[in-house]
Design a protein around this ligand. Structure first.
Ligand SMILES: Cc1cc2nc3c(=O)[nH]c(=O)nc-3n(C[C@H](O)[C@H](O)[C@H](O)COP(=O)(O)OP(=O)(O)OC[C@H]3O[C@@H](n4cnc5c(N)ncnc54)[C@H](O)[C@@H]3O)c2cc1C
Length: 387
């Protein structure tokens, strides 16, 4: 049974598949090794319209929505998770803007991103606040028509190439989640700078960096939504993007499984290809079951966001897809390493990279534990709608 994709969605899938297989796949090992952002691949995404998938037509996009973006991300993640992250960032840096921003903000940052004129990044995490995001300490103090932002964000994906940053701050440090205000900060803002890139385990083609705000002078006109009501916008942003992280997991799992199956057909032990050993077959079946389940959870979560439900009442659907698909990616890559044996551990084959990349996915945008907290909360609050 098919999920019922439209001809347009099928076309997006084919376009992304072609780019992934012909342009990205030959570059993946090199991106991982050098850790240099692939500007040329970003340009291909721009020329083929993939940067605008998630944006309405009136803002320079193609109106393909979260599901359209998810399909493209899945195809790219089959071969390279850093390049899949480049596509994800188009949504992570703009979802709150497109939902809560002014017309001017949507035009400047949303349309600009869709057309590939500017790039954004998303800054929530701080050295002292990750899962406990309500505890951020970056503060914004009013100064006439401006705000002065002071604090540090860390591990911000794509910061080194970003032109603007969607930033969570506190305008009331004592009010917890009720003191949040979200700003969009341009890269040339006085008092703001991007720090050095981090040395990390995987997804190395998109560097992460620190953001340093030293009384950075940001116009009050750059507030997204309302003062002290920004937590809602941040949660909306995270909820909207979780299905796309799930798509990164789904694609990675499919890519790892396919590679392991191809290898198992070729590798001979005890006079037969290892795919004929039952122990190998069991491993393949275990991954295949989870991949299929991930696909349904992911597409359904994408559709849920497209139906306008990136809200608290539907958060568990998005969290289930995110946790399950990303854990499937880790399991699939781990299994692929095992099926390849010693070759799986060597950089001559991509499965060790899939493994390192997949480990990122169960941590970002809410760890697997945080997703389970959200799912359980919805059960306690009786939101599952299973009766
Ligand atoms: C490669 C990479 C890229 C990233 N990109 C971005 C980005 O672009 N923008 C951004 O804002 N952030 C980014 N992050 C940060 C990411 O979102 C955080 O790492 C994540 O939210 C977890 O926070 P933490 O690392 O501080 O872990 P912590 O919050 O310190 O958690 C540590 C461990 O404790 C567990 N834990 C915490 N609280 C609980 C609890 N109540 N119950 C049970 N278990 C709990 C967690 O699940 C985890 O296992 C990135 C991180 C990485 C690694």
């Amino acid at each position: 049974m098919d999920f019922g994709l439209t001809p347009e969605q099928e076309m997006i899938r084919q376009t992304a598949r072609k780019i992934a297989q012909e342009v990205i796949k030959p570059r993946s090992a090199e991106l991982d090794e050098t850790g240099v952002y692939p500007e040329d691949i970003y340009q291909v995404f721009k020329e083929t319209g993939l940067l605008g998938l998630n944006f309405p037509e009136e803002y320079g996009g193609s109106g393909a929505g979260t599901l359209g973006l998810g399909l493209a991300v899945e195809e790219v993640a089959k071969v390279d998770n850093a390049c899949a992250l480049i596509l994800l960032l188009t949504k992570l840096s703009t979802s709150a803007i497109m939902r809560f921003g002014t017309e001017e903000q949507k035009r400047k940052y949303g349309q600009g991103t869709a057309l590939g004129e500017i790039r954004g990044a998303f800054g929530l995490t701080e050295p002292g606040a990750g899962s406990d995001s309500a505890n951020i300490q970056t503060k914004a103090e009013k100064d006439g028509d401006f705000y002065r932002i002071t604090g540090t964000k860390h591990w911000i994906s794509g910061a080194n190439v970003a032109d603007f940053f969607l930033i969570a701050t506190k305008t009331d440090l004592r009010a917890g989640s009720k003191g949040f205000t979200v700003f969009v900060v341009d890269k040339d803002t006085p008092g703001f700078r991007v720090g050095n890139s981090d040395k990390k385990m995987g997804v190395r083609g998109v560097p992460t960096c620190e953001l340093i705000f030293d009384e950075a002078k940001v116009p009050a006109a750059n507030i997204i939504g309302e003062v002290n009501n920004g937590f809602k916008a941040i949660m909306w942003n995270l909820n909207s993007v979780r299905p796309i992280v799930a798509a990164r997991g789904l694609g990675a799992a499919e890519g790892a499984l396919q590679y392991a199956v191809d290898y198992a057909r070729q590798r001979v032990t005890f006079q037969k290809p290892i795919i004929e050993h039952q122990a190998i077959q069991m491993m393949i079946a275990d991954v295949a079951m989870r991949v299929e389940a991930s696909r349904w959870l992911t597409y359904n979560a994408c559709q849920t966001v497209d139906d306008g439900h990136a809200d608290r009442e539907h958060a568990h659907i998005l969290s289930m897809a995110k946790a399950f698909s990303t854990e499937t990616a880790v399991m699939a890559a781990d299994t692929a390493v095992q099926i390849l044996g010693g070759n799986g551990y060597m950089m001559d084959h991509p499965v060790e990279r899939y493994y390192r990349d997949a480990r990122q996915l169960t941590i970002v945008e809410g760890t697997s534990q945080v997703q389970r907290m959200i799912i359980t909360k919805s059960i306690i609050d009786d939101m599952l709608n299973w009766k």
